[in-house]
Design a protein around this ligand. Structure first.
Ligand code: AVI
Length: 318
């Protein structure tokens, strides 16, 4: 089975948590980038978020992929090279493979160990699929290894991960995808829609408290990995929809005045002061189609899922 998989390590730089913490806590307002959520416990908590009834995106998107796979294949044709930035467990692509019948699949992920395991599991389920597992920080580059055969390309970027970029960096990322697509390339992307703020609020404030635990885990991680003097119980989870910005914001709010100390640095928090941990932008179809057009992508088709909760877009490179 292993001849079916080639593995390519582009040695993504390990993220320096301590530098990011010092930099982020020195800012006004204080912030830490959301990529630091995903240590082992954070990734497990995110998987549990995806099972919460209030967090609709995974369920709606999966139903759409399963239902639309044949229609999507009718538009893309078969025999493409599919690459998936941030493929993770490569679960969603399974819904498309029987219809899209790709020439090769290139999962890209920053976690090499996780990627290897995902590639092995996928190879077991799809023994005829050539897999070129590519360990890379996809936010910086999207290399296609030399072993990848020539052929028209399809980028797959599900899960509304694009929502965690600012609109300006989303445009830059889509432009990088566009450059990788080459002639006749296509992009299939899942994007969360703007909707009733109550639905959004519930999705990021689930009753079981999993999203709160996910957010607070950032402080546990920072404490364990940098040794910062910090009591996570002195912070609380806050997530709300910001209609001016069109985004969910997640914050950790200080329950009291407190000082966090790290390597001779002191970071003062006043009571109620927030540490901004994530933005999750939501787009109307019109807004997203416009954003993608600014990155050179031309709309081929789009679909709205149950109650217009989520959207899938298929673009062609111009
Ligand atoms: C990974 N990303 C698309 C999720 C989102 O909805 O923005 C991360 C998340 N944060 C809290 N819940 C889920």
């Amino acid at each position: 089975m292993d001849q079916q998989i080639t593995f390519h390590d582009y040695k993504p730089k390990t993220l320096n948590l301590q530098d990011a913490v010092i930099e982020g806590l020195s800012r006004t307002p204080k912030s830490i980038p959301p990529k630091f959520f995903y240590d082992e416990r954070g990734s497990a908590l995110f998987a549990t978020i995806c099972e919460q009834p209030e967090y609709y995106p995974p369920e709606v998107e999966q139903a759409m992929l399963a239902e639309l796979a044949g229609e999507i294949a009718g538009l893309t044709g078969t025999g493409r090279v599919i690459f998936e930035p941030g493929a993770g467990s490569a679960a969603k692509i399974r819904l498309l493979l029987p219809e899209l019948k790709p020439l090769a699949y290139v999962p890209m992920d920053i976690s090499c160990a996780f990627l290897r395991e995902a590639a092995r599991n996928l190879a077991e389920a799809f023994p005829a699929l050539p897999i070129h597992a590519t360990c890379v920080d996809f936010t910086h580059s999207l290399p296609l290894p030399e072993t990848v055969p020539p052929g028209p390309r399809l980028a797959f970027f599900p899960g509304s991960s694009i929502g965690n970029f600012t609109p300006a960096s989303a445009r830059d990322f889509l432009a990088m995808v566009h450059d990788r697509l080459g002639p006749d390339g296509m992009l299939l992307i899942g994007v969360d829609t703007k909707k009733d703020p109550h639905i959004l609020h519930a999705a990021y404030n689930d009753a079981a408290g999993v999203t709160a635990a996910f957010n607070l885990n950032l402080l546990h991680r920072i404490r364990n990995e940098t040794g910062i003097e910090c009591r996570p119980e002195n912070f609380e989870h806050r997530a709300f929809y910001n209609p001016e910005q069109g985004r969910i914001e997640m914050h950790l709010v200080s329950r009291r005045a407190q000082t966090l100390r790290l390597n001779g640095h002191r970071f003062e928090f006043s009571e109620g002061e927030s540490l901004h941990t994530e933005n999750s932008y939501k787009y109307t179809p019109q807004e997203f189609i416009h954003l993608a057009a600014s990155a050179g992508l031309e709309l081929q088709n789009y679909w709205l899922g149950r109650e217009e909760l989520f959207a899938l877009y298929l673009f062609r490179s111009r």
